[in-house]
Design a protein around this ligand. Structure first.
Ligand code: NAD
Ligand code: MLT
Length: 533
């Protein structure tokens, strides 16, 4: 359908032109990087998507005003500036670009470590001041020293690999990962933070900023560290208590600090600048050409999918599906969304309970997203565009719909990837739908309320129930011709000869109410419905 207005995207912090161009090819895009908070609050109502980095607070106030928002794109990794539970409650997708800048951020942390160890910034400054202080800048080798990594995630692990190549002994504290991950990176596991603090010569922080990590390095922790310890933070401000760090620098406990992130950003002055063994950068971990190109393109693609109501691979408020797995699960997601859409277009009674059974190959995935897609489809005919992948579960629960699923390793009859859905309505009447994936990776409807079939559902369909008597197909064909409906495929399924049958027509045009009335005027037709998927 032709749309008169295009969706609108506002970009409030700088992203790479490649991402902006991609977005401009699909939507109206406003690049407004110098807006005040008040100005943003004034205009946000006009936009379907907002793209931010770390400086914009996306809280309930902004979301309340941004009534049209479908997606919040975080061009980068950390999402501590976005109220995720609030976005989920409102059905707004939040997506970031978690892998796109990890290498750059890790390399900057390493750069800071070298600058700290070898007095690079101090030496640079002294030369510019006309001095040749060759003997003054005695540094320390990284080789043979112990590097304590706090948070062995994406960035922490790549820092470990690289610094081990320089001959450092890597140890890490991360209570949320498996022992296998420590083994994979050949990093010694510290059971407690204290253990790491006591033995590390260099400490580098790579955790997210959470309630638990804010102030994680404060007076007590610094007290425990080795004298002359070198501390680097390219993760998030406030993880290190800067007042405690000031004390540590003043009394010589801390040998040097490297900070890319700060308690307050942007920052123009700090008591820490008193010390020339503090190396600071203005949150530039992700500022490389490669990272920004990756981030720009990736966030643009997430926003395009989000506005179009498609799956957003990096959505942080949806089940995480790895890109390769998404390829395999996608046909199931699409099929189950379509099956979900059938119910309220065919039947009227409110749904009370849904049971989904996954058989053989269909049971091999994490099916959370498939369940969500089904619920989205189920609710769409009654909630229209109020439902999306983010809020489908919440809305289903609010509507009193229970859901459970089971997985079976074995085939179901001859199907190696069948999913069947049993819906119980408020009157305890049950309805069943089954779907499978064809060799062409398309979803096919193979059963409905006990009627067997083999139909690839199209966007527009007519489903009707008829008496199983001769001549019905001809009469239906004549009526479609009379109403100008072009039939692409027709399928008839029955349970027993001479009883009733289900007729499914894939058609090219939307079917009018009058056309449906014409069908039910026929004696042989028990009911007929126009379906849009
Ligand atoms: P990640 O989620 O891959 O890894 C974080 C790790 O921290 C996880 O393994 C987690 O288990 C661990 N962790 C969480 N809480 C912990 C705790 N209390 N104690 C110890 N470990 C804990 O994240 P990532 O992609 O590696 O990013 C790490 C940090 O770097 C984030 O704060 C991110 O925002 C920041 N970052 C900064 C820049 C920059 O420009 N400076 C760029 C990218 C990312
Ligand atoms: C991130 O979390 O990705 C970094 O803080 C970098 C950025 O915001 O651009």
């Amino acid at each position: 359908m032709f749309k008169l207005t295009r969706e609108r995207v506002i970009i409030v912090e700088k992203i790479d032109d490649s991402g902006i161009d991609l977005l401009k090819s699909k939507f109206d895009v406003d690049l407004k990087i110098d807006m005040t908070r008040e100005e943003l609050l004034d205009v946000i109502q006009d936009y379907d998507a907002i793209i931010v980095r770390s400086a914009t607070l996306v809280n309930s106030e902004l979301m309340e005003k941004g009534k049209r928002l479908k997606i919040i794109g975080r061009a980068g990794n950390g999402i501590d500036n976005i109220d995720i539970p609030e976005a989920t409650k409102r059905g707004i997708i939040v997506a970031n670009t978690p892998d796109s800048n990890s290498i750059s951020a890790g390399e900057l942390a390493i750069g800071l470590m070298f600058a700290q160890a070898r007095n690079i910034t101090k030496a640079d400054k002294s030369m510019r001041e006309g001095r040749w202080d060759r003997n003054k800048f005695e540094g320390t080798e990284l080789y043979g020293k112990t590097l304590g990594i706090i948070g062995l995630g994406r960035i922490g692990s790549l820092v470990a690999t690289r610094m081990k190549a320089f001959g450092m002994d890597a140890i890490a504290y991360d209570p949320y990962i498996t022992d296998e991950r420590f083994e994979q990176y050949d990093v010694k596991k510290c059971e407690t933070l204290d253990e790491l603090l006591k033995i590390a010569d260099f400490i580098t922080i790579h955790t997210p900023r959470t309630e638990e990590t804010i102030g994680m390095i404060s007076y007590n922790e610094i007290e425990m560290m080795k004298k002359g310890v070198h501390i680097t933070n390219a993760a998030r401000g406030k993880i290190i208590d800067e007042k405690a760090a000031y004390e540590g620098l003043k009394n010589g406990k801390i040998g040097s600090m490297g900070l890319d992130v700060h308690e307050k950003e942007p920052r123009h002055e700090s008591p820490l600048y008193e010390f020339d063994n503090v190396v600071v950068t203005p949150h530039i971990g992700a500022n490389t050409v490669s990272a920004q190109q990756n981030v720009g393109k990736t966030i643009a693609m997430q926003v395009i999918n989000g506005i179009r109501g498609e799956i957003v691979p990096n959505a942080v408020n949806l089940p995480v599906i790895h890109r390769d797995e998404l390829k395999a699960v996608k046909p199931y997601i699409d099929m189950m969304e379509k099956i979900g859409k059938l119910y309220y277009q065919l039947f009227k009674d409110a749904v009370k309970f849904v049971e989904i059974n996954y058989w053989a190959d269909a049971s091999k995935f994490d099916v959370d997203m498939v369940n969500i897609a089904f619920l989205k489809g189920l609710l769409e005919p009654i909630k229209k565009d109020k439902v999306n992948y983010i809020n489908a579960k919440v809305l289903a629960k609010k509507s009193g719909i229970g859901i459970k699923f089971k997985k079976y390793e074995e085939n179901y009859n001859n199907y190696s990837n069948l999913i069947n859905v049993k819906i119980t309505d408020v009157n305890m009447k049950q309805y069943t739908f089954s779907g499978a994936i064809s060799m062409k990776r398309e979803g096919i409807l193979v059963e409905m309320n006990g009627y067997k079939m083999d139909v690839t559902p199209s966007e527009k369909m007519i489903i009707l129930k008829n008496k199983d008597v001769p001549g019905v197909i001809g009469k239906v064909g004549t009526l479609t011709g009379k109403d100008g409906i072009n039939v692409a495929t027709m399928h008839v399924g029955r349970k027993t000869k001479g009883d009733t049958a289900l007729m499914i027509l894939n058609v090219d045009e939307a079917v009018s109410k009058d056309a449906i009335k014409d069908f039910v005027k026929l004696d042989e037709i028990l009911w007929a419905r126009a379906i849009e998927l």
